[in-house]
Design a protein around this ligand. Structure first.
Ligand code: SF4
Length: 511
C-alpha cells in the first residue's frame, strides 16, 4: 500500500519460487497473529507466526505500531526467511504488532498481496491481517472501482480497506462494522489502528480465531498452539460474529454487531488444517482426529496385519483406528523432514518425484503383510495412488485404504486452496472407480454422520455445533455471489469454480 509520512516499509525477502509441494492436498491459505500492550510485540508476533507456519508458507509479514508510525516488513517465503534475525525484529518497534502467513496457489502472487495490508485513512493508519476469503469480493471491488477507488493489490482483503475508507461512520470501529456488513464469506481479522487493535470473526465463525493473554498483553491468533509457543495463556475463542477492541490502556470491549446466527466453523480444521496440538471449537484437535479414526474403524473395519498412517497428517486418525480395531499401528511409511519445498516443481513429473522424495516405504516392515493405509483426505487422488503403488512395490500383499473424512467433492470458497472441482477425484468418480484409480484392494471414507459423531454430535442433522462441511456436502453456508456471477457467464457447469480472489495470478513482482 502507499507509503506515507506515518508509515514505512522495510524490505523482507523479495524473491521466492512459489512452488507447490505436490498439488494434491487442501491448503489453508492464511494464519494471523496480533499482540497489543506487549513490550516486544514484533518478536512475539514472529514467534506466533512460526507456530502458524503450516497455515501458509509462501509469504509472511508483520506490521508494528510504535505510537506514531506503522512499520511493515513483508516478504516472500517462510517466517524464518524473513524474521529470524534480531535486526529484522529491531526494525519493527512498538507495543502493538500484527502478522500474517500466507499460502497461495498460483505462481504469480507477488509482494503486493502479502499482508498485513496497510492504508492511510482519514482516521489514521489502518493495517489488516485476514484469514479467509470474501465470496463477494469481486462484485464489491467492481462497485468500488466504478466509484473511483484505486486498488493497490489483487487481494480480496483490500476490499475491506476500501469499504472502511468510504464508510461515513465517525469511528474506525463503526466504519469496520459498516464495511463488514457488506461482506459475505469467511474472515478472521486482526486490525491495527492508532488507538488499538480490533479482532473480528465472521458471523458464522467459519475461520478460527482465538484470544489469549500474557501479562498485560492481549493476543489473537488463528490457533491456540501459537499461544503455547509464545508462553501465553488462551482465554477463549473469539465468538462467531464478535468484534473485540483492545486499547493501549488495556480496556477490552466486545461487540456482536452482526446479530445472532448459527455458527458454522470449518470442520476441516479438525480433519487436517489445524495443528494437532491446537484446540478448535472447544475440542483438542488431536483427540478429535483420534476419535475420527476410531469411528472410521467402526464403520469400515479391515482384516489386516498392520495399520499404517500416511504421514504426518494421517497419524492421529491411524492411532484411533488401531486402538479401536485392536490391530498394531506401525510406521510403514517414513517421511523425510528434510525435503526442501524448493526441490519440487509443480509439474506432473516433478510431483511424482516429490512423493518419492518425501515418503519411502518401510520395506522390512510391510513386505508380505496385509496393510490398511489411513489418510486424512483424498483430493486429486494422485498421491494416494503413488503411496499404494509404493506399498505394493515394497512387498505388501494387500493394500487397503481408509480415509478420515468423507469424499471431498466440492471446492472451498472460504479461504482454503482447493483444486478446481473437475480435478477433485470424488467429484469425478463414485467409490468403486476411485478404488480402481488409486489401485487399492478396498477403499472406504468415513460417513458425514460418522464425522459428526467423532466430534461430539449424534449425527449431522442434530449437530451442535453445526459445522461448515460444504466441501463434502455442497451445502455452502453463505451466499457465493462471485461464483453465481461467474457461473452465469460460463457454459462449463457443473464444474465451474471462480477464480480465487484471495490468490489471483499477478504479474506484479513487488509493491
Ligand atoms: Fe472448511 Fe470445507 Fe467449509 Fe472450506 S468448504 S470452510 S474446507 S468445511
Amino acid at each position: 500500500m502507499a507509503q506515507t509520512k506515518n508509515s514505512r516499509s522495510v524490505a523482507g525477502n523479495l524473491t521466492h519460487p512459489f512452488l507447490d509441494e505436490d498439488g494434491d492436498t487442501l491448503r489453508e491459505e492464511c494464519g494471523v497473529f496480533g499482540a497489543i500492550n506487549a513490550d516486544d510485540a514484533a518478536a512475539t508476533t514472529a514467534l506466533g507466526l512460526h507456530a502458524l507456519q503450516h497455515r501458509g508458507q509462501e509469504a509472511a509479514g508483520i506490521t508494528s505500531f510504535d505510537g506514531k508510525d506503522f512499520i511493515s516488513r513483508r516478504g516472500l517465503g517462510q517466517v524464518a526467511e524473513n524474521f529470524s534475525s534480531a535486526e529484522a525484529i529491531a526494525e519493527l518497534p512498538g507495543t502493538m504488532a500484527a502478522g500474517h502467513v500466507r499460502y497461495s496457489t498460483t505462481g504469480g502472487a507477488g509482494l503486493r498481496n502479502v499482508q498485513p495490508l496497510y492504508a492511510e485513512l482519514a482516521s489514521g493508519g489502518f493495517a489488516v491481517a485476514h484469514n479467509g476469503n470474501i465470496s463477494n469480493a469481486q462484485m464489491l471491488r467492481k462497485e468500488l472501482v466504478s466509484k473511483g477507488s484505486i486498488f493497490q493489490s489483487t487481494s480480496d482483503t483490500e476490499v475491506i480497506i476500501h469499504l472502511v475508507a468510504t464508510s461515513r461512520y465517525p469511528t474506525v470501529a463503526d466504519r469496520l462494522i459498516d464495511a463488514l456488513r457488506l461482506v459475505e464469506g469467511a474472515y478472521a481479522l486482526v486490525v491495527m489502528t492508532p488507538t488499538g487493535m480490533i479482532a473480528c470473526r465472521d458471523p458464522l465463525g467459519i475461520r478460527p480465531l482465538v484470544m489469549g493473554k500474557m501479562g498485560d498483553s492481549v493476543l489473537f491468533a488463528s490457533e491456540s498452539v501459537a499461544f503455547d509457543i509464545v508462553g501465553a495463556e488462551m482465554i477463549r475463542e473469539v465468538e462467531p460474529g464478535e468484534m473485540i477492541q483492545v486499547d493501549f490502556a488495556g480496556e477490552i470491549k466486545s461487540l456482536h454487531p452482526f446479530g445472532n446466527q448459527r455458527a458454522r466453523p470449518c470442520i476441516f480444521e479438525h480433519v487436517y488444517f489445524s495443528r494437532p496440538d491446537s484446540f478448535f471449537a472447544g475440542q483438542s484437535v488431536y483427540e478429535a482426529r483420534k476419535a475420527i479414526g476410531a469411528e472410521l474403524a467402526i464403520e469400515s473395519p479391515c482384516d489386516v496385519d498392520l495399520i499404517v498412517p500416511v504421514p504426518d497428517s494421517g497419524v492421529p486418525a491411524a492411532i484411533g483406528y488401531a486402538q479401536q480395531s485392536g490391530l498394531p499401528f506401525e510406521l510403514g511409511i517414513i517421511r523425510s523432514h528434510y525435503v526442501g519445498r524448493t526441490f519440487i516443481q509443480p509439474s506432473d513429473s516433478a510431483r511424482h518425484a516429490g512423493v518419492k522424495l518425501k515418503h519411502n516405504a518401510n520395506r522390512g516392515l510391510v513386505a508380505g503383510k496385509k496393510i490398511v493405509l489411513i489418510d486424512d483426505s483424498i483430493v486429486r487422488g494422485t498421491t494416494s495412488l503413488k503411496i499404494v503403488e509404493m506399498m505394493r512395490d515394497a512387498g505388501a500383499s494387500e493394500v487397503h485404504f481408509r480415509v478420515a473424512s468423507p469424499p471431498t467433492a466440492h471446492s472451498c470458497f472460504y479461504g482454503v486452496n482447493t483444486p478446481e472441482r473437475s480435478k477433485l477425484l470424488a467429484a469425478r468418480m463414485d467409490l468403486e472407480p476411485m478404488r480402481e484409480f488409486i489401485k487399492a484392494d478396498s477403499l472406504a471414507f468415513i460417513s458425514i454422520d460418522g464425522l459428526y459423531r467423532a466430534v461430539g454430535s449424534k449425527d449431522r442433522d442434530n449437530a451442535c455445533p453445526q459445522f461448515c462441511d460444504a466441501c463434502f456436502t455442497g451445502d455452502y453456508p453463505t451466499s457465493l455471489t462471485d461464483i453465481a456471477q461467474t457461473e452465469q457467464k460460463s457454459e462449463e457447469l457443473p464444474f465451474t469454480d471462480p477464480p480465487s480472489s484471495n490468490t489471483p495470478p499477478s504479474k506484479t513482482k513487488a509493491a
